[in-house]
Design a protein around this ligand. Sequence first.
Ligand code: SF4
Ligand code: SF4
Length: 423
Amino acid sequence: MAGSYEAMWEKLNLDLEAHAGLLEVLGKFYGDIYLSQDKRLRGMEYLDFVLSEIHGLRIKELQEAKAQGRKVVGTFCVFVPEELVYAADAIQVGLCAGAEAGFDKAEKILPRNTCALIKSFVGFKLSRLCPFFESCDLIVGETTCDGKKKAYEIFADYAPVYVMEIPQMKHACDRDLWKAEVLRFKEAVEKLTGRTITAESLKKAVRLINDRRRVLQRLNRLRAAEPTPISGRDVLLVNQVSFYDDPARFTQKISELCDELEQKIARGEGVADGAQRVMLSGCPMAIPNWKLPYIIESSGAVVVGEESCVGTRNTRDLVDESPDTLDALLDALVDRYMRIDCACFTPNQERLDHIVAMARELKVKGVIHYGLSFCQPYGIESFKVEKALRQAGIPMLTIETDYSMEDVEQLKTRVEAFVEMIR
Ligand code: SF4
Ligand code: SF4
């Protein structure tokens, strides 16, 4: 890919040498973790292609769209209402923060004991490694946790940053705050794009994003079959790519993947004979954070669900499509996003209820709770998750890790012992 896109990357002011190194590592990692799998679905070729062209073709598309006057908005959190961005004919991309590249630079301005996700997004920007970052006309942050909130203040010196305030409780006054924030964001997007969001454009955008959620819901229903017809790693990748690719194309391609999955299920074919069904829960896993799913699926288990923002939290709830007025559609948007059960909320009983219900529906033998080191919201909430699951008779393993590979052997030993215990 490098040869044909170098001029574009240079124009985006990437550090070409460091970027080439990153692509090499990413390619090798992807080969080891993904391409080595047996009995993979043909439809995964689309994902392989998207990944192989992630800094190439997709960036070229974004640049072409920008040349036609469209704006690109980058985000880090599923709280940012994508529908408003598409309603103003802009494009939204989820900015990944799943690798250690750039940590040396990030640690010069952030405390070392900051979560890896935050160090990663700061590090990618400071090291000029990510063409998505460099393509963004606006980067939207949020006040979900203190680490992110304060990091965006520093980040604003390097990129055009807009921060949304996210409520931390779910009383009526919190909804009022969130509605005010959604309206403020609508104005910011209109100002950025020079377009006015109308009832028609918002309704169309709501359908576009709901369709993507619906196809992911379908995938989640199908993957729950026994025997498991698709690896957890592959479904994680589908979820990760959903943040980058064009929504309509993604929906179409994943719909084809689901058709293939249905045929596979009808033939009774599985991907992991005898593997124990487990569910992942906790912090989101951004590309290329595939370490833990790979360890789990190399230890006699298969991941059949992700209770995470790169998973069901992002797809579970749809926006009501029925209203016809702009005000009513905006209210529907506000209500849908208020249902997000991120650990930044207190109390957060909904998340505990969702985890137990999901574990039962998926008939898992155990749950693996994944928390990034130094992430207080998920780290502290894991105690309540464990208690809720224990009361439901479902064992849980708590894993706290980061993006380094140093603890792979230690994690493998713990995961293998857990799988042995639930067997
Ligand atoms: S876990 Fe919370 S802060 Fe992180 S992406 Fe999800 S909603 Fe946003
Ligand atoms: S993983 Fe935790 S600490 Fe890190 S950004 Fe997300 S909520 Fe904040």
